[in-house]
Design a protein around this ligand. Structure first.
Ligand code: SAM
Ligand code: SF4
Length: 329
């Protein structure tokens, strides 16, 4: 097990396998999209697998595959099969928008993927189209239905956006009544390729909880798992839980066990930092496994205390505004 300079274990890697996406979510990128990296700048699957092997030997046991949209990358299932063979990796999870995922649900289940986070900010087709700028709701709904039918542990991720989907909070929470799913409401962050949409964030974790408590006065706090970023609640009589992720307020940093690697192989030890190590460059310059692990150790030993400190460490010319699609949310 490896610990950072604040005594937090590093056990969880969030790996972006691509920066490309088939949706254009309002909170993630501008309508015209973002400039994608040339393909040669993305880590190859072999490079990713080697990197995960090295990290697993250092104590990383959980990997979340994200992006961009992971299923846009060719041969993702090949990569997942290889990943599931790596010694020490016990827990593989995927975050997806669900548009292309349906064909793979059965195999994901078979591979032992622990959970699928499906991004779905509304159950209303028109609103979905407005938020994602694509008319793909039916495919995402089909993916949801299939995940439930295959009993894949499913979490719905919903970003709460002022003026866009706050009327969806209760209908989304109602899903936990009818289905064994967890619905997590996420504070909107400025990672949309342009910068914050608001002078001050109104829909904070507190306001989201107020809305839920107003509708469900007997909502109960449940014990959160270690290193959880969501505050979790149970509504009596419902099958699943609801959670709130204070992604902008950053209230969970004290127990953060996660690191990120972007599609181009940049290590981020905090979502809000600018990138602290170019793993791709190291790998492509012929560094030995030992040298790569040493560089990783050094980066883990120099981790920001929290997201505010990490944000402060950015250069003034690079405020926290890049698209989440390039970071790997
Ligand atoms: N394309 C996949 C998807 O949408 O599920 C995976 C990548 S996406 C960047 C990962 C997660 O980041 C999604 O659940 C999305 O809702 C969340 N996200 C993206 N931009 C965000 C923002 N500005 N604030 C908060 N969450 C955001
Ligand atoms: Fe694509 Fe996911 Fe970003 Fe939406 S949130 S634009 S689906 S990467």
């Amino acid at each position: 097990m490896i610990y950072d300079n604040h005594g937090r274990p590093i056990t969880y890697l969030r790996l972006a396998v691509t920066d490309r996406c088939n949706l254009r979510c309002f909170y993630c990128m501008p309508a015209e999209g973002i400039r994608y990296l040339p393909k040669r700048e993305l880590l190859t699957y072999e490079e990713m697998l080697q990197m995960v092997r090295l990290m697993a030997a250092m104590g990383v046991s959980k990997v979340r595959i994200t992006g961009g949209e992971p299923f846009v990358r060719k041969d993702l299932m090949y990569f997942l099969r290889q990943l599931s063979q790596i010694k020490g990796i016990e827990d593989i999870n995927i975050t997806t928008n669900g548009v292309l995922t349906t064909d793979y649900v059965a195999e994901l289940k078979q591979l032992g993927v622990r959970s699928v986070n499906l991004s779905l900010d509304t159950f209303d087709r028109e609103r979905f189209k407005e938020i994602t700028r694509r008319d793909e709701f039916e495919k995402v709904k089909a993916c949801f239905d299939l995940l439930i039918a295959h009993e894949v542990h499913t979490k719905i991720n919903a970003v709460v956006m002022e003026g866009k989907n706050t009327d969806d909070i209760i209908p989304l929470a109602e899903l936990t009544r009818d289905y064994p799913v967890d619905v997590r409401f996420i504070e909107e962050m400025p990672f949309n390729g342009e910068g914050s949409h608001y002078p001050v964030l109104v829909w904070t974790h507190r306001k989201i909880l107020e809305k839920l408590s107003g509708r469900y006065p007997d909502i109960q706090k449940v014990k959160d798992a270690a290193h959880s970023t969501s505050y979790n609640y149970h509504i009596p009589g419902h099958q699943g839980n609801v959670g709130i992720i204070a992604a902008f307020s950053r209230t969970f940093c004290g127990s953060c066990n996660r690191i990120r690697v972007t599609a181009q192989g940049t290590l981020k030890t905090c979502l809000y930092d600018e990138g602290v190590l170019d793993i791709r460059k190291l790998m492509r310059s012929g560094a030995s496994d030992h040298e790569i692990q040493d560089a990783l150790k050094k980066a883990f030993g120099n981790r920001a205390k929290d997201g505010f400190e990490a944000e402060k460490s950015r250069q003034a010319s690079h405020p926290a505004s890049e698209s989440m699609s390039t970071i790997g949310g």
